[in-house]
Design a protein around this ligand. Structure first.
Ligand code: NAD
Ligand code: UFG
Length: 333
């Protein structure tokens, strides 16, 4: 079955292409390389042991998108492409509306034109904002902390309207918690441009000597050690969630929301200590003031995904830390 993967050379997309391809799907990738490298394609092909068709296309380019949909009859689309920095979105909201909303509308129009009505969409735990004390389930109220989160929630709402307007649509909206880790081969992983915004890539760059120390952004939260608590999920488990979601859409019409997390929260200091222990490396750190917009605690109730998709995260924090470090060592050689 042919599946179109937008943003398939990015961090989560690349792992998902490997997972889907190794489970019998034929993946065709679109990526504009704005936050990824063409080298990732070769690494994916090695892990899949086959050639993968790649289109270096921007989803804003409607003509090229139409050409891709005219070339292939897709069974489904997995839509990762988009911008993902909450901080940047506060400074440049129009860029986020254009790139996240505009591109998704183009994609949905093409899908409708060619009668491709199965979609897996990358949403985020950010849509829960700061209203609910965790574990958060899919029925929890949503709230918006920044334009990035607004684009995710607006797309979710667009998808709900779409499936109300036409009952043939089968849509899985996956709300990811905090993906970290890398493929165990160490050949694909997360490669942020410039100074990392997220905790794990910052830690691995301190470990490699690229950065002097980690800044811990607040130690005065009401958590067990004062630092922020998150639900870190191995990217390989996340990739498997997309396989399960695609299979689910084969016999479920309508719009379906799923949290993908482990259900366990770890603090910044828990993560630092585990990383130090499993990799035998010291991570020097300084405590700084809180980052605006950060919440104290976030972790998932993923029981719906377990019950309905038959999906459960299997990898623990130690494995996440080992795999992240293996990838950093390989990629910074
Ligand atoms: P990523 O930046 O590594 O991957 C996104 C890919 O999309 C990149 O390869 C980029 O080049 C491509 N892309 C961006 N705009 C495009 C466009 N207009 N046309 C074609 N390609 C385009 O990001 P990721 O971490 O793999 O995230 C994938 C999705 O998951 C995103 O939608 C993100 O918002 C969402 N998400 C990520 C996280 C996270 O912490 N990584 C958490 C929750 C949700
Ligand atoms: N943190 C630090 N130092 C850093 C970076 C982060 O102490 O250099 C702390 C943060 O304060 C927070 C925790 O580490 O307590 C995790 O921060 P991340 O930036 O790694 O992750 P967030 O939970 O803030 O946000 C990420 C993505 C969002 C996404 C969300 C949920 O950046 O886009 O996960 O999926 F919405």
């Amino acid at each position: 079955m042919k599946v179109l993967i937008t943003g398939g050379l990015g961090y989560i997309g690349s792992h998902t292409v490997v997972e889907l391809s190794n489970n019998g799907f034929e993946c065709i990738i679109i990526d504009n390389l704005s936050n990824s490298s063409i080298d990732v394609l070769g690494e994916i092909e090695k892990l899949c042991k086959k050639k993968i068709e790649f289109w270096s296309t921007d989803l804003r380019n409607k003509d090229e998108l139409a050409q891709i949909f005219d070339t292939h009859k897709f069974h489904a689309v997995v839509h990762f492409a988009g911008l993902k920095s909450p901080g940047e979105s506060v400074l440049e909201p129009l860029k986020y509306f254009d790139q996240n909303l505009g591109t998704t509308i183009n994609l949905l129009k093409e899908m409708q034109r060619k009668n491709v009505k199965k979609l897996v969409f990358s949403s985020s735990a950010t849509v829960y904002g700061d209203l609910t004390w965790p574990p958060v389930h899919e029925g929890a109220p949503t709230s918006i902390l920044n334009p990035y989160g607004r684009t995710k929630l607006m797309i979710e709402e667009m998808l709900q309207d779409l499936s109300k307007s036409d009952s043939e649509w089968c849509i899985a909206i996956l709300r990811y918690f905090n993906p970290i880790g890398a493929h165990p081969s160490g050949t694909i992983g997360e490669k942020p441009n410039g100074v990392p915004n997220n905790l794990m890539p910052y830690i691995t760059q301190v470990a490699s000597g690229e950065r002097e120390h980690l800044n811990i952004l607040g130690d005065d939260y009401s958590t067990h050690d004062g630092t922020g608590v998150r639900d870190y999920i191995h990217v390989m488990d996340l990739a498997n969630g997309h396989l399960k979601a695609l299979n689910y859409l084969n016999n479920h019409l309508g719009n379906h929301l799923f949290n993908l997390g482990t259900g366990r929260g770890y603090s910044v200091l828990d993560l630092v200590k585990t990383f130090e222990e499993v990799n035998s490396i010291k991570i020097p750190y300084q405590v700084m003031k809180r980052r605006p917009g950060d919440i104290a605690v976030s972790f998932a109730d993923s029981s719906k995904a377990e019950k309905e998709l038959g999906w459960k995260a299997e990898r623990g924090l130690r494995e996440m830390c080992k795999d992240s470090w293996r990838w950093e060592k390989n990629s910074s050689k």
